[in-house]
Ligand binder design. Structure first.
Ligand SMILES: Cc1cc2nc3c(=O)[nH]c(=O)nc-3n(C[C@H](O)[C@H](O)[C@H](O)COP(=O)(O)OP(=O)(O)OC[C@H]3O[C@@H](n4cnc5c(N)ncnc54)[C@H](O)[C@@H]3O)c2cc1C
Ligand code: FES
Length: 358
């Protein structure tokens, strides 16, 4: 379940000053295991300075284009793994990679007739690029409107690829770049360079309203995909909701969270029964420890990646008992009602806890 496979790095490309894309060869025998839906991510594992570190990176390649698996990694200030990948990874390196996972994906089918609104900011372009390319190549009747926010023109990730897609599919793909700190001296909200026009500003309420009004629905069946920093996600979601877009049409991927200071400790020595890989594990949960950490410390290998309540790799179903989730950026209210929990964030609120990993 949380098995890692060694994949060889076969290409590295510096995409911007502070990001690279990395391509992995997938041996024929692993093809099925590494099949994916556009929008999903890989989990990479490194041991750095004696510590095992796992991080998720969304696939920016498309499953309908033959070729290697590709991720895009942007440096995070003082970030351990993103800087290690940007500084040290070389062609030929073998990296431990967990098969694709994640619930942020588009159900793309040849016969679909939809309008897609794509909202991306910074490194949030990675899953959006995969969805975009797959829709354009597969759904000939669908339209895509995309807004992509960055600081400056130079920090736009995959710009050449995006511009090529726009050129090729210009009849059904509209792309708007928006820059919060444009290089040029801009006085107006709008201004064009000789070659291309950019919007000035962030993806905020005003930008989202403008975008939706400027590019009305083509097909009534519309879906909205958002990936970027927390504030951009929140603003975009709220604005769409205020414009009467139903929640079940809005799909969100978050890359990280500011850790909340949640001091609730839960019940001491709750009895945990976990069903994982056809095994039944019984263990006591020490005060303040999460279900995931308890299992790891007991020598079990449950699936996990971010350990921050963001990616949902650690998803399981609560069959019995009550838990408190310290942080949750991955599950919606419906899923919580159905009993799903993030084991990396869950501490017990009852003496008996039964969970099942799917
Ligand atoms: C589902 C999922 C998909 C992801 N896809 C991508 C992707 O395609 N490309 C990509 O570059 N990253 C992606 N990420 C983020 C990535 O997994 C790491 O969190 C990121 O690279 C930082 O790791 P680090 O080890 O460098 O930083 P850490 O050493 O873990 O963190 C260092 C500091 O940076 C802060 N921080 C951590 N993550 C972020 C962040 N994303 N933005 C701002 N500050 C942060 C921390 O709070 C901490 O203060 C994804 C995350 C998730 C959950
Ligand atoms: S491991 Fe990412 S949400 Fe739990």
């Amino acid at each position: 379940m949380s098995k890692f496979y060694q994949l060889k790095v076969i290409a590295i490309k510096k995409e911007t000053e502070d990001s690279v894309s990395i391509s992995f060869d997938v041996p024929y025998e692993f093809h099925e295991i590494f099949s994916y839906k556009p929008g999903q991510y890989l989990t990479l594992k490194f041991t750095l300075h004696g510590e095992e570190l796992r991080r998720s990176y969304s696939l920016c390649s498309s499953p309908v284009v033959e070729g290697p698996l590709r991720i895009g990694v942007k440096r995070v200030k003082d970030g351990v793994v993103s800087n290690h990948i940007n500084n040290n990874i070389k062609i030929g390196d073998l990296i431990d990679v967990m098969p694709p996972d994640g619930r942020f994906f588009a159900d793309i089918k040849r016969d679909n007739y939809k309008t897609y609104y794509l909202f991306a900011a910074g490194s949030g372009i990675t899953p959006i690029l995969s969805i975009l390319r797959t829709v354009l190549l597969t759904e000939e009747r669908s339209y895509v409107y995309m807004i992509y926010g960055n600081r400056t023109e130079n920090s736009i990730l995959f710009k050449k690829e995006l511009d090529e897609l726009q050129k090729k599919y210009g009849d059904r793909f509209i792309l708007e770049y928006t820059l919060s700190r444009p290089n040029r001296n801009w006085s107006d909200l709008w201004k064009s360079s000789k070659e291309q026009s950019f919007r000035k500003g962030r993806i905020d309420t005003e930008a989202v309203k403008w975008f939706i009004n400027e590019f009305p629905l083509y097909a009534q069946n519309a879906e909205y995909y958002i990936c970027g920093p927390g504030t951009m996600i929140e603003n975009t979601k709220k604005t769409l909701q205020n414009m009467d877009v139903p929640d079940n049409r809005i799909f969100i991927e978050s890359f990280g969270s500011t850790k909340t200071e949640d001091t609730l400790e839960g019940i001491d020595n709750a009895k945990l029964t976990a069903h994982l890989n056809n095994e039944r594990i019984e263990v006591l949960i020490p005060n303040g420890k999460t279900i995931l950490r308890t299992l790891i410390d007991a020598g079990v290998a449950p699936p996990y990646s971010c350990e921050g309540g963001v990616c949902s790799t650690c998803l399981c179903k609560l069959i019995k008992g009550k838990v408190h989730m310290k942080n949750n950026l991955a599950l919606n209210d419906d899923e919580i009602k159905q009993g799903y929990i993030l084991s990396c964030q869950s501490i017990p609120l009852s003496d008996i806890i039964d969970i099942v990993y799917s």
